[in-house]
Design a protein around this ligand. Structure first.
Ligand code: ZN
Length: 285
C-alpha cells in the first residue's frame, strides 16, 4: 500500500479503544523489521524518524526505503517525523513525501507554540499530511531537548482545549507525567489529566516515552484516549543488543548478514509484542 497519514488510523484506534504503535527506526533493517511485525500481526503502524536520523541519512534515502517497504506491505503504514522544532526540516520532510510530522514547539511560550503549530498545520493542509503537536514538557531527553525534572510541567486542560481548537492538529501530545528514556523510578502518570484532556480536545492523544511502562499503565492510558504510543528507547536497545548478543554467542563467525538477521528478528519480535499489547494487532485484517 502507499504510505498514508496517521489521521485515519488514529481515528479508528480512538473509536475502537486501542492504540497504534509508533516506532523510531534507525536504518533500513529496523524499518523493515517494524513493518514486517505489523504485517505478521495485521496491525496498522507508524514508522517514525527522529530529526537526528533524518539528518544522518537524508530524506531521499529514508523516503525510498519507506515507499519500497510499504508498497509491498498489505497493512497501513504512515511515515512520521518525531519531535521537530526546525520548520525548515519539517517542510523538507513534507516535500519529500513524509505523510505525518510533529511540530514540537513545547519549549516556547504558549502563544508562540500555538502560532508555530498553526503554521505547520497550514503547511500540511491539502497534502494528506497529518500533524502532531505538543503542549507542556515531557521529562527526560528527547531530540536535542533536555528537560530537567523540576522544570517539567504538565499540560493544562483549559490551555489544551484552546490550543487544539485554534491550531487543529490531528494528534495531540500533552505532557501527562511520562518521561523519555528509561524510567529510574515508578513513573507518575496523571491519568485524570489524560481523561479530561481527551474529553475536552476530542483528539487522539499521543503517549510519549512508552518504553518501560507497565502493561497496566499502557492499557489504562489507551482506554482513556491515547491512540498513539511512541516506542523509541526500546528499539535502540533491541537494535544494539540484538546485534551484540549474536556476535557474543558466535564470536568466531564474522558473518555480517547473520548478525543483521539477529538484529532484525529481535526488533520484529519486540514490536509485534507491543502491537498485541496496544490492541492494534488484527485491526488491519
Ligand atoms: Zn516524545
Amino acid at each position: 500500500m502507499a504510505l498514508e497519514s496517521m489521521t485515519g488510523m488514529l481515528g479508528e484506534a480512538k473509536e475502537g479503544g486501542y492504540a497504534v504503535g509508533a516506532f523510531n527506526i534507525l536504518d533500513y533493517n529496523s524499518m523493515l523489521a517494524v513493518v514486517k511485525a505489523a504485517e505478521e500481526v495485521k496491525a496498522p503502524v507508524i514508522v517514525q524518524t527522529s530529526t537526528k536520523t533524518v539528518v544522518f541519512w537524508g530524506t531521499d534515502a529514508i523516503i525510498s526505503w519507506a515507499r519500497e517497504i510499504a508498497g509491498r506491505c498489505p497493512v497501513p503504514v504512515a511515515l512520521h517525523l518525531d519531535h521537530c522544532k526546525d520548520l525548515g526540516l519539517i517542510k523538507q520532510c513534507i516535500d519529500a513525501g513524509w505523510t505525518s510530522v510533529m511540530i514540537d514547539a513545547s519549549a516556547s511560550p504558549f502563544e508562540e507554540n500555538l502560532s508555530l503549530t498553526k503554521q505547520i498545520v497550514a503547511m500540511a493542509a491539502g497534502k494528506q499530511v497529518s500533524v502532531e503537536a505538543e503542549l507542556g514538557r515531557i521529562v527526560g531527553v528527547e531530540e536535542e531537548i533536555s528537560v530537567a525534572k523540576d522544570e517539567a510541567h504538565l499540560a493544562d486542560p483549559q490551555q489544551s482545549e484552546r490550543f487544539c481548537r485554534e491550531a487543529s492538529p490531528d494528534c495531540f501530545a500533552p505532557a501527562i507525567g511520562r518521561a523519555h528514556g528509561i524510567y529510574k523510578g515508578e513513573p507518575k502518570i496523571a491519568f485524570d489529566r489524560i481523561d479530561v484532556i481527551a474529553k475536552r480536545t476530542h483528539l487522539p492523544l499521543a503517549l510519549h516515552g512508552g518504553t518501560g511502562l507497565s502493561d497496566d499503565v499502557f492499557k489504562k492510558g489507551i482506554s482513556l484516549g491515547c491512540a498513539k504510543v511512541n516506542i523509541s528507547t526500546q528499539i535502540k536497545y533491541a537494535f544494539i543488543d540484538g546485534f551484540v548478543s549474536y556476535h557474543a554467542a558466535h564470536d568466531k563467525e564474522y558473518n555480517p548478514l547473520k548478525v543483521i538477521g539477529a538484529q532484525f528478528s529481535r526488533i520484529k519480535n519486540e514490536v509485534a509484542q507491543n502491537m498485541t499489547l496496544f490492541g492494534s494487532a488484527g485491526r488491519a485484517a
